[in-house]
Design a binder for this molecule. Sequence first.
Ligand SMILES: *Cc1c(COP(=O)(O)O)cnc(C)c1O
Length: 452
Amino acid sequence: MTTLTNEETPAARKRLLRTEIPGPKSRELQGRRAMTVATGVGSALPVYVTGAEEGVLHDVDGNVLIDLGSGIAVTNVGNAAPEVVDAIRGQAGEFTHTCFMVTPYENYLEVCEELAEVTPGEHDKRTVLFNSGAEAVENAVKIARRATGRQAVVVFDHAYHGRTNLTMAMTAKSVPYKHGFGPFTSEVYRMPMSYPARDGADGAETARGVIDRIEKQVGADSVAAVVVEPVQGEGGFVEPAEGFLPELSRWCAESGALFVADEIQTGFCRTGDWFACEHEGVVPDLITTAKGIAGGMPLAGVTGRAEVMDSLPPGSLGGTYGGNPVSCAAALGAIRAMRERDLAGAARDIQHRALPRLRALAERTERILEVRGRGAMLGVEFVRAGSGDPDPELAARVAKTCHERGVVVLTCGTYGNVIRLLPPLVISAELLDEGLDVLEEALVEQLDHPAR
Ligand SMILES: *Cc1c(COP(=O)(O)O)cnc(C)c1O
């Protein structure tokens, strides 16, 4: 069954603007926030939320906004999905924490079994659970280094892997993620990324260029891990040219480095498959997951080949909260919802509904370099007329206009010039269409009245 239906939508799930956005109550809270919350944490759209379901957010001023962001690719199964809420309620009433490293519990095992089932590859797998994506990436590197006895980590231009010290080193973009936060860890090497809209190059050929650089500059026998997002998230929804990932993965197998897919943003049906790697049949040695895994509860994992994962001694991995039982219950509910409601199919339906409309928009202006993406992970890259230079101002103005009209869209990209769409996979066709109408309007107006 697909959830992208044309059924009558209840009134509570329709866009409704009662005040300007953000409304007076949100603005009041924003003022209070300035006196108590550190400035270092920003908000893309400071409307204060009181409730959310499927594709909408309700705010303190009584507005209902269309959600095309899913809290950054987290609520794939929809906000407050019944399968997730019931699982949380049930588990929270039994026990909320023991620490898996002290006295374990069964639903941690069940999540690991599910991850073995849904991640690419038929080999024996083992999993360890954490709380955040950054923590999963850190641990994938720890595991790769210990298992291979090597130190170098290869990452890519435009990569985003998190905000901790090691993952900052692995992330490409300086402002706002890294600037002033050094020194960073050593033994992280950055390579060019296949970026078809800009390099127009063949994927396998680009990968061979990368491999040549790794061999010359790092040394084939020094590389513990090649860490790559199969479709880049924060870096601009960059989908490498066909052949890039398989060639890198092949080289890893040949040289003894581990191929690590960071599927934190792309995972859990987002791109129309359980994981984005599947699109080209790539089977990673290790895969990092978080975001969409548990319907909004904090949970993350590293899943990998049994012989790699089991080469580490007991006690060398862990954390107080890793695999919290309430988060594990939520994950089991979310994964069940993805399976039973065929949310990978729903993501493909979203692509087929949205991509042609976005492409038609791109036909009408030279200010869109490219519309790209797979499943419900779609991006629109804006450039200046003539030069083709990135145009972050246009992206920001279009996003702001959408926000004012009650549609939550996010921007991304090394240059901040990409609008990204990450709707919950359960969004109705009606809401998706309406969100796209608003995006289209906003763009047309910004092109006509650039001073707005
Ligand atoms: C969001 C993200 C991370 C970091 O996850 P957190 O839970 O924010 O620490 C790492 N890698 C990718 C690809 C991401 O999108």
